[in-house]
Ligand binder design. Structure first.
Ligand SMILES: [Zn+2]
Length: 387
């Protein structure tokens, strides 16, 4: 049974690009949307007020980290993640699988699930498709993800098939368990009765595996669908091809979420191929490393060339950082190791991402997305260093 509080409406189309509204228990989200990543219950260096100021409408929390500390049961007793972190708007949690799979030697995968040792204290934990449902139900985000097997890039077809078919079996178990949680047939404290569950398409870079994964995931039936296993090191044209082939195989009336991508030009290109939702740590992680993203490309703020540069990072940017700070000041803060550097840099990078999404939505509404796309690529280059 679908949740009454969750839905998706496509309002405009331009080519394969879609402009829509995601309806959630914590309000509507205009799509295409970019979700900043709040790993441990906070988008690093920012307050919820900063997030509202830069235009964030939906954020992501990492189940692995929140499960280990402070624990999803503790969060549930505080009324759920929204209330606990003071963010009353929509949220999504991942399944925890991605972090667990990247633990390498500290985890063992079997058909039942993944047994792993915490990176914090070495204690043993088990993440199964059912536990992933329960942990996320206690956290209570508006969208929960199924546990999938995320293989590394570069695997052969047999390995990609094995991960894809296991993901399908785990998806069926996760769906069956979410129905039990919704029917109050478990002991867990679900904090968001309107929570939606998304399935995840796997299959590596192999078109027939992606097609089979999409068809069989849709057969199980979810409120939305994600494309997983991309942005893991494959060439960018391969990622675009997989998105282009997979998105049309997903139901037109459900949101499509590309997990963990990417650079600003990736967002434009994947919207052009029918994606509605994105998340990525890149704008905030780069900000903390002193790398700013602008309309023209990258800027390493620690560069000596900015030591006496009184200009803002980007003259056309309306963010708080660009309205109030010079490159010279930002460079000084970064070189001196001031915490404020991370905050000001993150505000700019997220504003740039979210403003790009706003311009994408506007272009789709006006039927001018193709013109926007070409103009964006003329201005932005992922390899250009801004002088
Ligand atoms: Zn700015």
């Amino acid at each position: 049974m679908p949740t009454a509080a969750f839905g998706f409406t496509v309002t405009h189309r331009d080519g394969a690009a879609r402009r829509g509204v995601l309806h959630t228990p914590h309000g509507d989200v205009q799509t295409p949307v970019f979700m900043p990543v709040g790993t441990r219950g906070a988008v690093k260096a920012l307050t919820p007020r900063d997030l509202e100021d830069v235009g964030a409408t939906m954020i992501l929390g990492n189940t692995y980290h929140l499960h280990l500390r402070p624990g999803d049961a503790l969060v549930a007793r505080r009324g759920g993640l929204h209330r606990f972190i003071g963010w009353p708007r929509p949220m999504l949690t991942d399944s925890g699988g991605y972090q667990v799979f990247s633990l390498g030697a500290r985890r063992t995968i079997s058909e039942a699930g993944v047994v792993f040792r915490s990176h914090l204290d070495g204690r043993r934990h088990e993440l199964t498709p059912e536990r992933a449902v329960e942990i996320q139900a206690q956290l209570g985000a508006d969208v929960a993800m199924i546990l999938d097997e995320c293989p590394p890039s570069g695997i052969d077809e047999a390995a990609a098939r094995a991960a894809m078919t296991r993901t399908l079996r785990w998806a069926a178990r996760g769906r069956a368990h979410v129905e039990r949680v919704r029917a109050h047939d478990t002991a867990i404290l679900a904090t968001n009765p309107g929570q939606a569950q998304f399935g995840i398409v796997q299959g590596g870079v192999f078109p027939h595996l992606r097609a089979e994964s999409a068809a069989r995931t849709v057969e199980i039936g979810f409120e939305g669908y994600a494309i997983g296993g991309l942005s893991v090191g494959e060439p960018v044209d391969v990622m675009y091809r997989v998105v282009e082939e997979t998105a049309p195989a997903l139901p037109d009336d459900r949101p499509r979420y590309l997990m963990g991508t990417g650079l600003p030009d990736d967002l434009v290109e994947c919207v052009a191929r029918g994606i509605d939702m994105f998340d990525c740590v890149l704008p905030t992680r780069n900000a903390r490393n002193g790398q700013l993203l602008t309309r023209h490309g990258r800027m390493n703020i620690k560069n000596a060339a900015y030591a006496e540069d009184d200009r803002p990072v980007d003259e056309a940017c309306a963010c708080y950082t660009c309205r109030t700070c010079s490159r010279a000041y930002l460079r000084h803060l970064f070189v001196a190791g001031e915490m404020t550097a991370a905050t000001l840099n993150s505000i700019h990078n997220l504003h740039f991402y979210l403003d790009t999404m706003r311009r994408i939505r506007e272009a789709i509404e006006f039927g001018s997305f193709e013109g926007f796309r070409q103009a964006f690529h003329r201005s932005f280059s992922r390899t250009a260093i801004v002088p």
